[in-house]
Design a protein around this ligand. Structure first.
Ligand code: PHE
Ligand code: NA
Length: 500
């Protein structure tokens, strides 16, 4: 009966979970988010969010995966009639992320090669938009494929799908056992080098200087929760899928704490590395650190090339290490996102893993072509923004409410986790999930809708954002409903064990 694939070792599972969690968000998102939301003072709401939402949800997803041993849709259908769509919806959003995430990995691949000759020249901003991405003038146009992006993108997909084809133990586990230690070594070298640059101290001062006046601002708390959700890869059924491959006797709670703290340690490490480098650049240009702080694409593909341009020695090596880290961090996250819907397709349609990888991964690779066009960066930016401000909060809210309130599963999950785990969870865990998290996420939802109705995002018009964002969001719900309507062959078996 049990022919479900399993992790070979505990370390394999933990490294895969860390591989999913540690991604682009750690390197290019956390440092700027912390800086803008109180610097050193941000650690308070951040830690609070980690302990009341991040780790509790991680424990919940690990337990659900371990207990139900299935992908999200089947897991939700086992929890009760009418819930399967939630799982499909999660997978649909994971699918959307897997369409643009590899494109950034592709850019990083190009840039690790550009590091050798500093192909970006003296004006990396113009190089990125005009020479490399060949970006269209008006957001919303496609403008044809860009070969310079397409080729690395194809390579990224070959690697990711190759790992997924090889399976859980021989593919995902092996890849993470190699990539994650390598990533830690490479990134540590970057941080050490950055720390020894002139101006690093000023950068660190800017990063860690606490602005306690921000603590009373609701936005700062929202930023902390948002960062924790994205960073820990929770609410998209990723961690649930990975833990569904755990052997029956494995520990849950301890593994969740290890994953959570490893991810946060990597974020703080990235903050130190990035801000040391920013301090160096500010010193070179004779401007305050605040003037060079950036996040996301701008940080990685404009500011870092500038930093590399100013480097005293061995700049090529620094560039290759930095973009190489982005590749490894992104690739391991991409593999985890894709695995969620591959597992779901495989279970629902009773097809082989090979077919599920070919259909699911293949379709995602096809969709990713949209982001390799001349208009790609604008679509990418819009979809990413939308996923971050609505996707994560809404899906997280629905997941927590469905489990805690509707299925009333928390007590059962608590018992299940405590049976196999070193660290025992209790009332604080149930309270975090049933009260604190829904309140915070509910408020975040409300606040996001309000800001989006009243302001534009960057240069993009509200119309562009809404057309694209809502099309994708509604499309995802539609997919969820359609997949649910397709009856599962095992439905009879499932419902006979249901108490309804
Ligand atoms: N956790 C990843 C990061 O920090 C991002 C991610 C989110 C990956 C959701 C998969 C799914 O970058
Ligand atoms: Na992360």
């Amino acid at each position: 009966m049990e022919n479900r694939p399993q992790w070979g070792t505990r370390a394999g599972f933990v490294l895969a979970a860390i591989g999913s969690a540690v991604g682009l968000g750690n390197i290019w998102r956390f440092p700027a988010v912390a800086y803008e939301n109180g610097g050193g003072a941000f650690f308070l709401p951040y830690l609070f969010a980690l302990l009341t939402a991040g780790i509790p949800i991680l424990i919940m997803e690990f337990t659900l995966g371990h207990k139900y041993r299935s992908s999200a849709p089947v897991m939700f259908s086992k929890l009760g009639k009418g819930k399967e769509w939630i799982g499909w919806w999660q997978l649909a959003i994971a699918f959307v992320i897997s369409c643009y995430y590899p494109v950034i990995v592709a850019w990083a691949s190009s840039y690790s090669i550009f590091s050798i000759n500093k192909t970006w020249g003296s004006d990396p901003g113009t190089f990125l938009m005009s020479d490399y991405l060949k970006a269209v003038e008006v957001p919303g146009e496609f403008g044809g494929l860009v070969p310079g992006v397409l080729i690395p993108l194809i390579i990224v997909w070959i690697v990711a799908l190759g790992v997924l084809f090889a399976g859980v133990k021989k593919g995902i586990e092996v890849a993470n056992k190699i990539f994650i230690p390598l990533l830690v070594v490479m990134f540590t070298l970057i941080v050490i080098r950055a720390l020894t640059l002139d101006g690093a101290v000023q950068g660190l001062e800017a990063f860690f200087k606490p602005d306690w006046s921000k603590i009373a601002d609701g936005k700062v708390w929202i930023a902390a929760y948002g960062q924790i959700f994205f960073s820990l890869s929770i609410a998209f059924a990723i961690m649930l899928t990975y833990s569904s491959y755990l052997p029956k006797k494995s520990d849950i709670t301890n593994n969740a704490f290890i994953t959570g703290f490893a991810n946060s340690s990597f974020e703080v490490l990235a903050g130190i590395g990035v801000f040391s480098a920013l301090g160096f650049m500010a010193a070179q240009q004779g401007v305050p650190v605040s003037e060079v702080v950036k996040a996301g694409i701008g940080l990685a593909f404009v500011v870092f090339p500038q930093i590399i341009n100013e480097f005293p020695a061995l700049s090529q090596l620094f560039g290759i290490l930095f973009f190489g880290s982005l590749i490894l961090a992104g690739l391991t996250s991409l593999i985890s996102i894709s695995e969620t819907y591959i597992a779901g397709l495989q279970e629902k349609f009773k097809i082989s893993r090979t077919k599920a990888v070919a259909y699911g991964g293949g379709l995602s690779a096809l969709c990713s072509l949209v982001f390799a066009t001349k208009g790609g960066i604008f679509f990418l930016d819009a979809v990413d923004y939308f996923i971050n401000s609505f996707g994560i909060t809404l899906v997280g809210l629905i997941e927590v409410i469905a489990i805690a309130w509707f299925a009333k599963e928390l007590k059962n999950l608590q018992n299940h986790a405590n049976e196999v785990s070193d660290i025992k969870i209790g009332a604080w865990w149930r309270f975090s999930l049933s009260v604190i998290t829904p309140i915070v996420l509910g408020y975040m939802m409300f606040d996001n809708i309000r800001t989006n109705l009243t302001s534009d995002y960057g240069e993009m018009s509200r119309e562009f954002l809404f057309n694209w964002g809502w099309t994708v969001a509604l499309g995802a719900i539609l997919v969820g409903v359609l997949f649910t309507l397709k009856r599962n062959k095992k439905d009879e078996v499932v419902s006979s064990t249901d108490k309804e």
